[in-house]
Write a protein that binds this ligand. Structure first.
Ligand code: PLP
Length: 396
């Protein structure tokens, strides 16, 4: 049976990987080498220098590409390394339209690095594709979106943006970090490039930083590979191995992230001290119907605000949690809580982040794969200590 025609779960374990030709080792070895011996100049086994290509990395690239239903994959030293390479496809004067509810690190790179090189960014509320159409002009070269978005779990209609990108002959880049390829495949919905912080669900164990791009477009792949080799933001073989190992359980972990995410979201929704809850699995979530159309399940990421919107109380709750750890990042087997306004989104000016809905008391949970009862109990004890709010304390 050809492995590439198999189902997701089988490809997660096998795609891109063959027993090592030298020894039969079932696991792809960590080819810890910087260079490869050539028989005569230019005559080698397909590998010349490890910045350009490394067998451990190549196996991972094939595996990620297979999971994204892509012809081509490329790995980078981090998600930001992948974003940096994608941005270098552009030229001074080009314009990008990106979602306003974007990962803070992407916002920082776009505005503090690439604007200096003459690229212009428009951060737009992408709930309605009309808002994007209005901004497109002859200099627009790229649409950039995440779905679900970080941290407000907005669901953007990837297929609608794919159609706009096709019509206008521009690129659509989708950061698929939050959903993972197990829940969503943006290339099938019209994206030109799908991007991952593999640091998150793909790696899954909070022990590695790595990024990836996938595409079906040979020219884009060539350009990205050229940039990766020229600029050098490539991952080491050990890190590639760790992500490949993580991928083998992606489907099993994601099923549990989704199950636990739903249980935790239901607990929070019913809690009297919780104000707003952002979870695409709820039928009253504005993006629920689109999520049902483009995702296979709703994931393990949840954000919520506290009644009264006090930053101090959000801090207090986050630091009282015992199983959830207060930390940047997401997507590992263990649960994390983050405070976007002071952590991931601290680089976004206050009025911009508040306009986008990132309020002071917003907490974001990356729900782990432990017993859901224990996770809920942890949240219950931490939130129980948030004082009942008197109207005078409400500072909304
Ligand atoms: C949605 C999203 N994209 C990209 C990144 C950047 O990835 P990395 O930290 O691997 O550079 C992150 C990191 O948190 C993220 O959450």
């Amino acid at each position: 049976m050809k492995k590439q025609n198999t189902r997701f779960e089988t490809r997660a374990i096998h795609a891109g990987q063959e027993p090592d030709p030298a020894t039969g080792a079932i696991m792809t070895p960590i080819y810890q080498t910087s260079t490869y011996v050539q028989e005569s100049p230019g005559k080698h086994k397909g590998y010349a220098y490890a910045r350009g290509k490394n067998p451990t990395r190549v196996a991972l690239e094939k595996c990620i590409a297979s999971l994204e239903n892509a012809k081509y994959g490329l790995c980078f030293s981090s998600g930001q390394g992948a974003e940096d390479a994608v941005m270098k496809l552009l030229r001074p004067g080009d314009e990008v339209i990106a979602t306003d509810d974007i990962y803070g690190g992407s916002y920082r790179m776009f505005t503090k690095v690439f604007e200096h090189f003459g690229i212009r960014f428009h951060f737009v509320n992408m709930d309605d594709p009309k808002n994007v159409r209005e901004k497109i002009n002859e200099r627009t070269k790229m649409l950039w979106l995440e779905s679900p978005t970080n941290p407000l779990m907005k669901i953007l209609d990837i297929e609608a943006y794919g159609a706009i990108a096709k019509e206008k002959k521009i690129l659509l880049v989708v950061d698929n970090t939050f959903a993972s390829p197990y829940l969503q495949n943006p290339l099938d919905l019209g994206a030109s490039i799908v991007l991952h912080s593999a640091t998150k669900y793909l790696g899954g164990h909070s022990d590695v930083v790595l990024g990836a791009t996938c595409t079906n477009d040979e020219r884009l792949q060539e350009q990205l590979a050229f940039i990766a080799n020229s600029c050098g933001a490539v991952p080491g073989p050990m890190d590639s191995f760790l992500v490949m190992r993580g991928l083998k359980t992606l489907h099993v972990r994601m099923d549990r992230h989704c199950e636990n995410g739903k249980a935790v979201a239901e607990f929070l929704r019913d809690h009297p001290k919780v104000d707003k809850i952002y979870f695409p699995g709820f039928p009253d979530h504005p993006g629920h119907e689109i999520a049902k159309k483009q995702m296979r399940n709703f994931g393990g990421m949840i954000s919520f605000t506290l009644k009264g919107n006090s930053m101090e109380e959000a801090f207090a709750m986050a630091s009282r949690l015992k199983i959830f750890s207060l930390a940047e990042s997401l997507g590992g087997v263990e649960p994390l809580v983050g405070h976007p306004a002071s952590m991931t989104h601290a680089s976004i000016p206050r009025e911009i982040r508040e306009k986008a809905g990132v309020l002071d008391s917003l907490l974001r949970l990356s729900v782990g794969i432990e017993a859901k009862e224990d996770l809920i109990e942890d949240l219950r004890q931490a939130i129980a200590l948030v004082p009942d709010l008197k109207p005078s304390k409400v500072n909304l």
